[in-house]
Design a protein around this ligand. Sequence first.
Ligand SMILES: [Zn+2]
Length: 141
Amino acid sequence: MSSIEECPFCNLGDRILLENEHANLFLSNPRKVKGQVLITPKRHIEQSWEMSDEELLAVFSLIKVAQHKLIAEFGGGVDVKQNYRPFMKQGRVKVDHTHYHVYPRTSEDELYQQVERHETPMFINLSEDEEVKISGLFRQD
Ligand SMILES: [Zn+2]
């Protein structure tokens, strides 16, 4: 399912709730958290870094609207998440058309209770070797 004709995010139809020149916002279905929306560039792009500056601005403009509306409706906080996982096959919960998840968050939501509560102990301090190696990827000399 890699062609544009078969891509669900290239064929949103009346699922689009909000749009601008280069991006669409629609409900995530299926969803993990009540209120979860997705925002995509209109152009079929599989890697987020392929977006033009205009597409980035359009996508993040809709993300900003979603953040404000979801916080106003649900209280608490909001997460913005984008995945690039070429090792996973496209299917019902994985679509190759790049997209950003925006969803309301509280310490009581099911995602927190089921997943993130258990991930917190995974945070460890960087070793000196790791810090040097990874910092070297980004430093401008
Ligand atoms: Zn697409």
